[in-house]
Design a protein around this ligand. Structure first.
Ligand code: COA
Length: 187
């Protein structure tokens, strides 16, 4: 049985979408991503003391990945002790041995605490046994996200001119390719 209230999570994702993107996904699109078999959603749920990353496919909880702890002074914490909030999420798709990151966002008050990086690692760990190639696109001006992807080994492979609208902007396409030894090593 799922330990996460999916309706509540989708409403919280919708709020983060609104604050993060100029083209936020609607609740209907989010619901579609939550229930389709070829989509995965990862949630970081908790507070600045500790949080857990859950992943779902086809509306079913498939893994509770890891309990992360954050080393933040008590007086600097913005959430109340015991409070459980959606800190960030990833929506991805995987077809055959390729996966594409469709969405990643972290709630404003939880940024720069490592949540985005941990979500990206949970995403790769979940798929590494059947995906060799991870792709994503990012606005050319999104230095924060690009820095994160580059830190995790993603390489820019091409640019799609004027790909985004509102505002019009180029997309940088990034790829992470895992070699055959990766799977054997279980890294
Ligand atoms: C991109 C995003 C998901 C990063 O999440 P995050 O939890 O804040 O990132 P992390 O704390 O895990 O950052 C890991 C590293 O990435 C880099 N990084 C993250 N945000 C950065 C920023 N704004 N500027 C520069 N580097 C940044 C840093 O190297 C950081 O390590 P450090 O904090 O030790 O310096 C978040 O900023 C976000 O939600 N942005 C809005 C939505 C978005 O742009 N999504 C990407 C669409 S392609």
């Amino acid at each position: 049985m799922a330990t996460v209230d999916c309706d509540l999570m989708l409403r919280q994702i919708s709020r983060i979408e609104e604050e993060s993107f100029s083209d936020p996904w609607s609740l209907d699109s989010l619901w579609g991503a939550m229930t389709r078999d070829y989509n995965l959603i990862f949630f970081a749920l908790g507070n600045e003391e500790k949080y857990t990353i859950y992943s779902f496919r086809g509306g079913e909880e498939i893994t509770i990945s890891c309990l992360e702890t954050l080393d933040i002074d008590e007086e600097k914490r913005k959430s109340k002790p015991g409070e459980k909030l959606l800190m960030g999420y990833i929506i991805a798709t995987d077809i055959a041995d390729e996966s594409e990151l469709l969405r990643i966002a972290v709630a404003e008050k939880f940024k720069r605490l490592g949540v985005g990086k941990n979500l990206m690692q949970a995403y790769k760990n979940e798929l590494k046994n059947h995906c060799d190639k991870f792709l994503l696109e990012v606005r050319a001006s999104n230095i924060g996200a690009k820095t994160l992807y580059e830190q995790l080994g993603y390489k820019e492979i091409t640019i799609r001119k004027d790909y985004y609208s509102n505002p019009k902007e180029d997309a940088c396409i990034y790829s992470l390719e895992l070699g055959p030894y990766y799977k054997l090593d279980g890294m």
